[in-house]
Write a protein that binds this ligand. Structure first.
Ligand code: HEM
Length: 418
C-alpha cells in the first residue's frame, strides 16, 4: 500500500534520521504540507523553495522570537538578562536592514581573504592528520572534522587557539537553541554558555580596538555602517558586533563538520567512488558539490509568513512558519536522477541549494567549499583502504530539525605510500 504524508511524524527521531521516503511522499503528494498540530508548513520541492526565497516581503527571516522558545523559564530569562540582547543583523534580518550588515560582512569576509587561506588550511589539515595517522584509526569527528572549521574561522577572526577549548561547547549551545529541542535543564546550560561567549567576545573587541591586528575582529570594530534606522554613519555597537560575531563563529562549524563527516561515510560506503577520487583528484571539486547536495547539513530554515498567502493552492495564514526543507530539495527527483545515491560525476551536482539562495545565501560558502576541498585532497592522498569501525560508530543523526549531523564516525585506514 502506498504511503501518504500523515503516515509520517516529522518530529519522530526515526523519521528525522531517515526522512527520504517522507520527502518523496511530500514532493509527490503535498509539496506544501501543514505539519499536523503545528503552525508549520513544510516546503520540499527545489523549484518552489527557489521561488519563495525571492519573496522576502511575504516570507521573512525575522524568526528571532522562535529562538527564544515559547516561554523561557524565569531562570533562563534572568541569565540572558546579564548579556547583550539579540538584534537582527544577518540571518534574522529582512531588507532593507539586512543589507547594512551583509554589505559589511561581504567587505571583511571577501574572496581575497578566503583565497589567501589555502596554505594555512592545508597546514592545519596535515597537522590534524599527523596527530592520528600512525595509529591506523581515528575518531573522525573529534579528531578531524570538528577542530578543522573551528581552527579556520577562529584564526580568521583572530581568536587564539589556546582559547578554543570552550568554543565547541558554546557553539553546540547555539545550535541546540536554534533547534528548539532543548530540555529545561539544557536551556539553562545553553543560556550560561551563550552569555560566556558574549563576555569573551566583548573583551576581544575591546582589545582589538586598542591594538588592531590583521584579522576580521580588528576590521569589524573599525568598519562603519549606515544606521538602518536614521542613516547616520557610525561604528557597530556591541549588540550588533555580538550578533555578527556569533553568526560567523557558529554558523560554519556544525555545518562544515557534518558535511565532511557525511561525505567521508558516503565514500566509505561507495569504495569504487573513493578509489576513483584517489586516482583522479581533479574530480574532488565536483565530489564536494555532490556531498553538499547529499548531506545538506543546514537541512531546513525557517521563514515567518508576514501576510496571508497561498502556495500551490494551500492557504498559508499570516504568522505561520515555513520550513524550507533544503535537504529535501536537494533530493528532488525533478532535478536529480537517483537522488539518494552519491555520484561524484553527477553533471548537475552544483544545482543544489545547500547554501540557500537569494539575499541570505551563505557568506561562508566559499570558505566551506575550500575547507572541504583541502580536507578531502589531503585525506585521500595520505590514507588508503579507509573503512568504517562499526563497533565504535553511531550512524544515526542528532535529533535536530534545522541542522543535520552524524553522531559518531570512527575510521580505520592504511598509511598511503606515495
Ligand atoms: C557546509 C557548510 C555550510 C552550509 C551547508 C551552510 C548553509 C547555509 C545556509 C543554507 C544559509 C542560508 C540560510 C537561510 O536561507 O536563511 C546560510 C547562511 C549563513 N551562513 Fe552558512 N553554511 C555553511 C558554512 C558557513 C560558514 C563557514 C560560515 C562562516 C564562517 C557561515 C555563515 C553563515 C551566515 C553568517 C549566514 C547568514 C547570512 C545572511 O542571512 O545573510 N556558513 N548558511
Amino acid at each position: 500500500m502506498s504511503k501518504c504524508p500523515a503516515d509520517f511524524n516529522f518530529f519522530d527521531e526515526n523519521v528525522l534520521n531517515c526522512p527520504y521516503d517522507f520527502y518523496q511522499v511530500l514532493q509527490e503528494q503535498a509539496p506544501v504540507y501543514h505539519l499536523p498540530g503545528t503552525n508549520i508548513y513544510m516546503v520540499s520541492r527545489h523549484a518552489d523553495i527557489k521561488q519563495l526565497l525571492k519573496d522576502t516581503q511575504t516570507y521573512s527571516n525575522n524568526f528571532n522570537h522562535l529562538l527564544k522558545g515559547p516561554e523561557p523559564a524565569p531562570e533562563v530569562t534572568a541569565i540572558y538578562a546579564k548579556a547583550w540582547q539579540p538584534v537582527d543583523t544577518m540571518i534574522t534580518a529582512d531588507p532593507p536592514r539586512h543589507k547594512t550588515y551583509r554589505t559589511l560582512v561581504n567587505k571583511v569576509f571577501n574572496a581575497k581573504r578566503v583565497d589567501a587561506m589555502e596554505d594555512y588550511m592545508t597546514a592545519i589539515v596535515h597537522e590534524l592528520i599527523d596527530n592520528f595517522i600512525e595509529r591506523g584509526e581515528c575518531d573522525f569527528i573529534h579528531e578531524f572534522t570538528t577542530p578543522l572549521p573551528v581552527y579556520v574561522i577562529a584564526d580568521q577572526l583572530g581568536v587564539p587557539r589556546e582559547d578554543l577549548k570552550e568554543f565547541k561547547r558554546w557553539s553546540d549551545s547555539f545550535a541546540r537553541r536554534l533547534s528548539q529541542m532543548a530540555t529545561p535543564e539544557e536551556q539553562v546550560e545553553d543560556a550560561h554558555n551563550i552569555v560566556a561567549f558574549q563576555m569573551y567576545f566583548a573583551n576581544m573587541c575591546e582589545q582589538r580596538r586598542n591594538e588592531p591586528a590583521d584579522d576580521m575582529i580588528s576590521d569589524l570594530v573599525v568598519t562603519t555602517i549606515e544606521d538602518p534606522d536614521n542613516g547616520e554613519v557610525r561604528l557597530l555597537n556591541m549588540e550588533e558586533l555580538q550578533s555578527v560575531l556569533q553568526q560567523l563563529m557558529v554558523a560554519g562549524n556544525e555545518t562544515t563538520t557534518s558535511a565532511i563527516t557525511g561525505g567521508m561515510l558516503s565514500l566509505i560506503q561507495n569504495p569504487e567512488q573513493m578509489k576513483d577520487l584517489q586516482l583522479h583528484p581533479e574530480k574532488i571539486p565536483n565530489a564536494v558539490e555532490e556531498i553538499l547536495r547529499m548531506e545538506s547539513p543546514s537541512a531546513g530554515m525557517w521563514r515567518v509568513v508576514k501576510k496571508d498567502s497561498e502556495i500551490h493552492g494551500v492557504p498559508i495564514p499570516k504568522d505561520s512558519l515555513l520550513m524550507l526543507r533544503y535537504h529535501a530539495a536537494n533530493r528532488d527527483r525533478q532535478l536529480f536522477d537517483h537522488p539518494n545515491a552519491i555520484d561524484i560525476d553527477r553533471s548537475n551536482a552544483d544545482d543544489h541549494i545547500a547554501f540557500g539562495q537569494g539575499i541570505h545565501f551563505c557568506p561562508g560558502a566559499m570558505l566551506a567549499r575550500k575547507e572541504m576541498n583541502v580536507a578531502f585532497t589531503a585525506l585521500l592522498s595520505r590514507l588508503d583502504n579507509i573503512q568504517l569501525v562499526e563497533e565504535k560508530s553511531d550512524l544515526t543523526y542528532w535529533p535536530n530539525i534545522v541542522l543535520r549531523g552524524l553522531k559518531a564516525l570512527h575510521i580505520s585506514f592504511d598509511k598511503r605510500s606515495i
